[in-house]
Design a protein around this ligand. Structure first.
Ligand SMILES: CC(C)(COP(=O)(O)OP(=O)(O)OC[C@H]1O[C@@H](n2cnc3c(N)ncnc32)[C@H](O)[C@@H]1OP(=O)(O)O)[C@@H](O)C(=O)NCCC(=O)NCCS
Length: 167
């Protein structure tokens, strides 16, 4: 993959078809690592509603959704600042990379982009991430970007850990 030709940009309302293709192609992969989406999501209407929801969050200043696309305009990853709280100067990060594009540093690139946007665009001082301990790749990305464990898991299996980065 030619990383110089990748683009990370804000999600747009014209991304419905490309985002649906990305989510459908990687559904099984994502569901191995993160909570499954409702099956109604996997349709033109479902993704269209999802994008509208993300963009209304952006307008309200609570959410900043990004997509990563390759040189051909295919979406190969997503990264989000979620639950942005400008008073607390805090937000949560989320990211997912197409299975075929994994292991090449894309999530690291995406999280670094989120950190930069959190600072420059939103003036935040802290980022949080919630991750299952067995998601070794994700934990590696977080640690590489400077996150440290803030709280060990409190879900029923005791597995969902919280990581924090002061910026
Ligand atoms: C987790 C995820 C985002 C990582 O994306 P990625 O683009 O492969 O991440 P990077 O290449 O930047 O870094 C991953 C690192 O973890 C390593 N890694 C991945 N899985 C691993 C495993 N099971 N054991 C050991 N190391 C592992 C990779 O080798 C890489 O390390 P390296 O750069 O030193 O070789 C991707 O696998 C994904 O989208 N998973 C499904 C959704 C998800 O889990 N999202 C995160 C929720 S918290």
């Amino acid at each position: 993959m030619d990383k110089d030709n990748l683009k990370i940009r804000t999600l747009q309302d014209t991304d419905v078809e490309a985002l649906l293709a990305f989510e459908v192609a990687n559904r099984d992969w994502f569901e191995c690592h993160i909570d499954a989406r409702d099956s109604a999501f996997y349709s033109t209407q479902g993704v269209s509603d999802h994008i509208a929801h993300c963009l209304s969050g952006l307008a309200a200043g609570t959410w900043h959704p990004f997509i990563i696309e390759d040189a051909s305009g295919t979406i190969i990853g997503r990264a989000n600042l979620k639950d942005i709280d400008t008073r607390e100067r805090s937000a949560q990060v989320g990211y997912r990379i197409a299975q075929q594009a994994c292991g090449q540093g894309l999530a690291t690139l995406a999280v670094r982009h989120l950190i930069q946007q959190a600072q420059m665009r939103w003036g935040l001082g802290q980022l949080l991430a919630n991750v299952y301990a067995e998601n070794i790749g994700s934990v590696k990305v977080l640690r590489r970007c400077g996150f440290v464990m803030a709280r060990a898991g409190e879900d029923e299996a005791g597995r969902d850990d919280w990581y924090r980065l002061s910026i």
